[in-house]
Design a protein around this ligand. Sequence first.
Ligand code: GCV
Length: 713
Amino acid sequence: MRPSHMLRGLFLAAGLLLAPLIARAEDGHDLWLRYRPVEAGAAGVYRASAGTIAPVADTPALTVARAELERGLAGLLGERRDGGGEILLGTPRSSPRIATLNLPLEAAGAEGYRIRTLIEGGRSVTVIAANTDVGVLHGVYRYLALIQTRQPIDRLDLVDAPKVRYRLLNHWDNLDRSVERGYAGQSIWDWWRLPDVRDPRYVDYARANASIGINGAVLNNVNAKSDSLTAPYIAKAAALADTFRPYGIKVYLSARFSSPIEIGGLKTADPLDPAVRAFWKSKADEIYKAIPDFGGFLVKANSEGQPGPQDYGRTHADGANMLAQAVGPHGGIVMWRAFVYSHEQPDDRAKQGYSEFKPFDGQFAENVIVQVKNGAIDFQPREPFHPLFGAMPKTNLGMEFQITKEYLGFSTHLAYLGPMWEEVLKADTLAAGKGSTVAKVVDGKLHGYSRTLMAGVANIGTDRNWSGSQFDQANWYAFGRLAWDPEASSEAIARDWAAMAFSPDKRFVGPAVAMMMGSREAVVDYMTPMGLHHLMGRSHHYGPGPWVAGGERADWTSVYYHRADKAGIGFDRTAKGSNAVAQYAPPAAAGFSDLSTVDEKDLLWFHHLPWGYRTRSGRPLWDELVGRYSRGVKTVGGMQATWADLSPYVDAERHGEVAAYLAIQRREAQWWRDASIAYFQSINGLPLPKGEAPPPLSLEAYEAMQFPFAPGI
Ligand code: GCV
C-alpha cells in the first residue's frame, strides 16, 4: 500500500470510530427541516409504522411530497426501515387505493389533509390524503413534524386545514438586492442572474414555506420600482413562480402606482383615466401570460411619499378597484395597504389609517383585501390592536405582521414574536359583542369576509442561517403557523420549533421555550415599557433615541410620541386628548380610557400621566418605569445563563453564535436602559429609586452616538 493510501485509510478508520462522538457541525441552514436521527431507543417504534412509501402519481406536487417524505424519513429513521409499515400518499383522484378508502376529506379543504392509520392484513398503513396534491404535501410535513417532535405516529387520525386563505410573506427586497429593514444579508432573489440561473436556495425556501403552510410570496419591496413590472423582470418572477409552484406557493408583486407614467408612456396614473385602466389591464394580461397562477398585486399608496390615487383627487377605493378589475378575470387579488399617514395632517398619526379607510367600508371590490398592520403606528415592540380590526365589516381586512425585527433589536436581539402576535390576535375588539377577537376578524368568521389574509414582512436573506440569527428562524416559523391557525398557541409553536431546530430533549425544550416566551417582554421592558413607543434612533431605528426631535416631520420624532415634560409623560389619546380611543368599539374605548381598567402595558399609549402617578405596584410611575427598564436588562442576563446551561444539547457552532448574540443583546439592553433613564431624568429632574444604578455616561454622550452604517435602511 502506498503511504498516502495508508494515511487515508488510517484517517478514515479514525473518523468512523469518532463519528458518533462528534456532533455534526451545524450553521442553521437546514432550519426546522434538519431531520437528524431519532435516538436509537425510540427509532424502532417509529420504523414500525414509517416503513416503505407507496408509489405516487407523477404530478409535480406529489413528486416533491414523496421526495420530502423519503428525505425526512431517511434522515430521521435511516434508509432501511423494514418494520413492515407502509405510507400511502395521494388524493382520491390520483390514487385508486385512496379513492376506495372513501376517507372523509371535506374538513381538509383545498390545502389541508387527513392522516389516518389503517391496519390492512395485519400491517400498518398510514394514509396521508387530501383533496389536492398540495394538501398532501402539507400532510407530509405534518407527519414528519410528528416524528421530529417525538409524537406517537402509530394510531393517527387527524385532519387539519388552514383557517386563512392567503398566507403570504412580504419581501421588502429591492432589485439591487438590498433589503429594506433586512438584517440577514442581501436579498435571496438574485435578480441579476435570474431567470437563467436558479439558485438551489429557491427550492429550499419553497420547502421551508410549504412546511408551515405559507402559500404566497410578494417578491419585491412595497416601496416599489416600476422596473419590476417590465418584461425582463416579469420573466425573472416567472422563473421563481415555476420553482415554487410544486410547493403550492404563488408569486405576487408590489406595484408602483405611478407605473403607467414611468413604464407606460402616459402622462397620468389617474385611476379613472381610461388609458391608465387599459395600461393596468394589459400589464395584468402580460403577467398572467408568463405566470398563469400569478397571485396579484400589493400596493403601498399615498404613504411615506409613495404615489397613489389621492395624487389625482381619487380615493383608495378608486385605486384598489382599478387594479382589482385588471387582475380579477385571472383570479388575482389586490392587497391594498392601510399604512398611511401624512405630514400635512396635524391629527395624531395613530388615527390616520382608520380615518382614511373607515369611510370607504363596503366600497372595495370583492377581490381587494385591505392589509392592516397589527397596530396603528408601526410594528412597535408593543401596540394595542389596530382600530380598523372590527370596524370594517364590509371590507376584506387582512393582517400585516413584521417578522423582521426593525424595532425589536434587529437580528442580534433574541425576541420570539409569537407571544406578541398571539396577544394581538387574541385581543377582543368587542365590535360585535364579547369574543370578537382580532383572530376572528382575520380568519373571516366575524364578518364573513370572502377572502382572508395574513401577511408577514419577511426576515429572510442570504445569511447561511437565512434569518440573521438562529432564533429569528422561530419568527418565520411562528408566522407561518399562526397564519394557518390564528388561534394557535405561540408556546406550543415554540415547543415544536425548538424541538425541530435544536433538540426534542425535554431538558432542552423546557428551558429554551421559557426563554423564548419571556424574550419579547424583555425587549418591551428595556426599550419601551408601559405603552411608550417609537423611541428608537432616527431613521435606522437602531438603539435608543428618546431625545429625537425636530427634522422633516414631527411624527418621525420620539418627543412626538412620549410627550414627556417636567410634569409627566405619555400620549393622551382619550377624549381629553387626541381621542384616538373613539376609533375603537365603545366598550373597548371605555376600557382603554379608564385608568382603573386600562392594562398597564398600554398605559402611556393612551394616557399622559404625572411622574408621581401611583401604578398598580404601589410605586410612582417614574419608579415603576425605571424598575421595568432594569427588569428588561435582568431578563436578558437570565437568558444568557439559561443558554449557557443548554450547551450539552446544542452543537458548538450554533451555541456559540447564540451566546455571542446574547452578549450583544445584554450590552444593548443596558444601553437602552441607561440612555432612556438619563434622558427622562433630564426632563423630570427626579432621583432614581433606591438601589437603581445611575447611567454610567452623560446624556450628551448617549445623544452623540452615531450609526451611519446601521443595516436595513
Ligand atoms: C417599507 C416603516 C418602515 C419603512 C417601511 C414602512 C412601510 O415606516 O420604517 O421602512 O417601508 O414602515 O411599512 O411601508
